[in-house]
Design a protein around this ligand. Structure first.
Ligand code: EPU
Length: 356
């Protein structure tokens, strides 16, 4: 142990330097939105890059897993033997330049707090991402998205800390290789190594409503003088109608990704299933299918394993009905994947990051 060299079996908490908090042998159910119980060997919360330098010097970042809002991770075992590091800094600044503004958010900010702050300032760009659980850091890493928008759309740059070398770098959006639920921060070589310190977004005071998602366009049809806050309200209503509230029901949002097929496979699928929702990418003719539709049509909706089941109005979401273990969730995932595979010949990939 860093300060005393003692080994702790019971849960303990102490300060390390001024702003670093270390918890040992702690149940981390409350640190993830799935809310599954797992006891982690060590959870380290830091507040700035000087803290990171210190932690690195003392080898507390070796093999550490970076946890943000815990909205896309599943700790599958009853214990987790590694170190978890969590950014605690959550400052937001706004710099207006006429019609546009640069909003800078530190990685520990809740994404929805940032969206709310932007909308309250009458600024456009983030509103479609309302109510997505999780923090800024994780939202960047996996390029979170909803209702026709992705965080990449208004992201300008990201400051990163390299846990391996201790160096800091600023990457522009174009260098982050962002695509559907993807950024270079998930790629081999950088995955798990770069900590997002802060992100900058360019927002607009001029209305820029993104109404490409039909249900959202329908919800605000005919509205005059639509504000970013109005669109946020509409998004929140749609989300609440379809998705479980992570404050009361454990989930990681979409557990599975929507599968993407190449042009030929997409045509064959669309011919065989003319009623299936298929979104064609006009650039490369690939097609994104709906995992929810596949799961529904494969007859998986009633499936459950122990305390884990599928959310009735959005079955690509696995929920913890209160007492699910990591094993229950993995067993349900396997059952759903196998059923979808046997009915459609399509293998669902997970959006959730699993740790054991
Ligand atoms: N559907 C069914 N049966 C159902 C429910 C839905 O067949 O019981 C079909 C419908 O045909 C519907 C289609 O699923 O048209 C798509 O549903 P939805 O519009 O809700 O979107 P999605 O593609 O399933 C994605 C994101 C969500 C995001 C929504 C809205 C992924 C994996 N998921 O879901 O993201 O909120 O679009 O934009 O891309 C998340 O990542 O955690 C998340 C919730």
């Amino acid at each position: 142990m860093p300060s005393s060299g003692e080994h702790h079996d019971a849960s303990s908490v102490f300060q390390y330097a001024d702003m670093i908090t270390i918890n040992e042998h702690i149940d981390i159910a409350h640190l993830t939105t799935m809310g599954v119980h797992s006891v982690a060997s060590r959870v380290v919360e830091f507040s700035n890059t000087e803290d990171l330098d210190l932690l690195r010097r003392d080898r507390l970042l070796d093999n550490a897993f970076i946890l943000g809002g815990g909205s896309n991770v599943l700790f599958t075992g009853a214990t987790y033997g590694g170190t978890i590091v969590r950014p605690a800094m959550n400052g937001v600044t706004l710099d207006r330049h006429g019609d546009s503004a640069v909003l800078t958010a530190e990685s520990g900010c809740r994404l929805d707090d940032v969206v709310d702050a932007a909308c309250a300032q009458g600024l456009w760009g983030l509103e479609n991402l309302s109510l997505i659980p999780g923090n800024i850091g994780g939202a960047i890493v996996q390029n979170c998205g909803a209702y026709g928008a992705e965080i990449a759309d208004c992201l300008t740059s990201v400051d990163l800390y390299d846990m391996a070398s201790g160096s800091q770098v600023t990457l522009d959006r174009k260098d982050l290789n962002m695509s559907y639920r993807h950024s270079c921060l998930k790629e081999a070589g950088t995955a798990g190594r770069m900590i997002v310190v802060r992100a900058r977004f360019t927002l607009s005071a001029t209305p820029r409503p993104n109404l490409s998602y039909k249900a959202l366009a329908d919800a605000v049809a005919g509205r005059q003088d639509l504000s970013a806050a109005d669109l946020r309200t509409a998004v929140i209503a749609i989300r609440r109608a379809k998705l479980p509230d992570v404050a009361t029901t454990g989930s990681v949002g979409s557990y599975f990704k929507n599968p993407v097929l190449s042009g030929n496979d997409a045509r064959a699928f669309a011919d065989a299933h003319p009623d299936a929702p298929v979104h064609i990418n006009e650039t490369d003719k690939s097609a994104k299918l709906s995992a929810a539709w596949l799961i529904d049509r494969a007859g998986c909706k009633p499936m459950a394993c122990g305390g884990a089941s599928l959310w009735p109005t959005q079955p690509l979401v696995i929920v913890n009905r209160g007492n699910a273990t990591g094993a229950d969730i993995l067993a349900l995932e396997k059952a759903v994947r196998e059923r979808v595979e046997s009915v459609f010949g399509i293998t669902l990939e997970c959006e959730v990051v699993k740790l054991s």
